[in-house]
Design a protein around this ligand. Structure first.
Ligand code: UGA
Length: 448
């Protein structure tokens, strides 16, 4: 079976490369010539651990190729994945213009019987819309549209693809179901659960999964804030509630609010579609506002905590004005260069507005962060960022930040203030080093 993937972004590339790695014949298509030229030389347009090796292996095995030629590639294919972006539009809805354009182009090229698989995250009803576009553009084409959402986390996308918790296939067409079963046979044979359902259910499964996970994160962040207020410890709380099998331990780590290209966009899009269907999802609406409130609240907390510490050190000027804050971590989470809806993109401008000078460091996201925040200063190393700073702010849980030599770093700072919104260090250990340390939902420790 010949398969092509339209869109070599994060989802398309991981899907194409991983399917090719398990033996499918894949051609990845993109209209961006420079991306395709790069991919032909194994230069990936995204940072994703392990993906380069998969691409290299699949290309060497002769299973993976790249092209800009959509028309003839689609014409030769039995199955076509649509994996183009669905960014958030100005009105909060998903912008489906790339999906629609791809559908039209695919329709024009169809020949023979073809299964069109929508991998992009799309609101309920989109797959039927794609089918209508295809039919309208090429009434004679023999095709069937299937929903097949992805559940890939950035940073571990290859692992998530290769060992899926489940594969969801939305179609009521027997022929298309046979094609999908063939595409995923490697994974199903290895025991991956398969959920066969309707188009609408499949589309909604994707949004429900992300909304539920976002709810867990927003919930634990609210509990962390409450722990701070009442003197409780969120780590013990999270561990204890997670031991209940009905709750489960994952996605219960407090942080500076969920970000990335998926949770913020998908939760908002779900609330809008639900409102328009006259069936509002009040819990998800609360999650959306809880998350943005949480991030802004943390921005205020930095100024308050630093001001209190600087005052206790006898400084006359305790506002953020002209203070240097070293920020460790700009990406929305570890192991990615993605800063879309990252806490850094909200918190840093808030600090800058109060006059703070920000010096950021991130192992992968400095270029993307500088493109988004043009005034951002960056340092070449953790040491360079921290040296001379009036406070350090940790926003991303990169491994590199988890075992810093504070005994060496703190004396290089102008004041030993550490604000850690990923709870990477035991407060008492930081106290022992002489740090004034603030984290989320754990009893504050101060210099002994
Ligand atoms: C998320 C989902 O986890 C994937 O299953 C889904 O396929 C993907 O969206 C998508 O729709 O494409 P991703 O956005 O890569 O994946 O990131 P996550 O690892 O889920 O993290 C999302 C946010 O929640 C991050 O800002 C992270 O720091 C935060 N988070 C996560 C926490 O603050 N605490 C946690 O315990 C877990």
């Amino acid at each position: 079976m010949k398969i092509c993937v339209v869109g070599t972004g994060y989802v398309g590339l991981v899907t194409g490369a991983c399917l090719a790695d398990v033996g499918c014949q894949i051609v990845c298509i993109d209209q961006d010539q420079s991306k395709i030229d790069g991919l032909k030389k194994n230069v990936l347009p995204i940072y994703e651990p392990g993906l380069e090796e998969v691409v290299e292996r699949a290309v060497s095995a002769g299973n993976l190729a790249f092209t800009t030629d959509l028309h003839s590639t689609v014409a030769e294919s039995d199955a076509v994945f649509i994996a183009v972006g669905t960014p958030q539009g100005d009105d909060g809805r998903s912008d489906l213009s790339y999906v629609e354009a791809a559908s039209r182009q695919i329709a024009e090229a169809l020949s023979g019987s073809t299964t069109i698989i929508v991998k992009s995250t799309v609101p309920v009803g989109t797959c039927r819309r794609v089918a209508r576009i295809v039919h309208h553009t090429n009434p004679d084409a023999e095709s069937s549209v299937v929903s097949n959402p992805e559940f890939l986390r950035e940073g571990v996308a290859v692992e998530d693809f290769m060992e899926p918790d489940r594969i969801v296939i939305g179609t009521q067409d027997d022929r298309a179901r046979t094609v999908m079963n063939a595409i995923y046979s490697h994974f199903v044979d290895k025991g991956a659960p398969l959920v066969q359902t309707t188009l609408e259910t499949s589309e909604l499964i994707k949004y429900s999964a992300n909304a539920f996970l976002a709810t867990k994160v927003a919930f634990i962040n609210e509990m962390a804030n409450l722990c701070d207020s009442v003197g409780a410890n969120v780590e013990d709380l999270s561990k204890a509630i997670g031991m209940d099998e009905r709750i489960g331990p994952s996605f219960l780590k407090p942080g500076p609010g969920y970000g990335g290209s998926c949770f913020p966009k998908d939760t908002l899009a779900l609330t809008i579609q639900a409102q328009e269907s006259d069936c509002p999802v009040r819990i998800v609406e609360s999650v959306v506002s809880s998350n943005s409130f949480h991030i802004r609240r943390l921005g205020k907390r930095i100024a308050e905590f630093c001001g209190d510490v600087w005052s206790s050190l006898g400084w006359n000027e305790t506002s953020l004005d002209q203070k240097t804050i070293a920020v460790l971590g700009l990406a929305f989470k570890a192991d990615t260069d993605d800063i879309r809806s990252a806490a850094s993109t909200v918190i840093l401008p808030l600090l800058q507005k109060q006059g703070a000078r920000i010096v950021g460091y991130d192992p992968a996201a400095m270029d993307t962060a500088k493109a988004e925040m043009p005034g951002l200063e960056t340092a070449e190393s953790i040491e360079a960022a921290v040296s001379g700073a009036d406070a350090v702010l940790i926003l991303t849980e990169w491994n590199q930040f988890k075992s810093l030599d504070w005994a060496r770093l703190l004396p290089t700072m102008n004041a030993p203030v550490v604000v850690d919104f990923r709870n990477l260090y035991p407060p008492n250990e930081m106290s022992t080093h002489g740090a004034h340390y603030a984290s989320l939902g754990r009893p504050l420790a101060d210099v002994a």
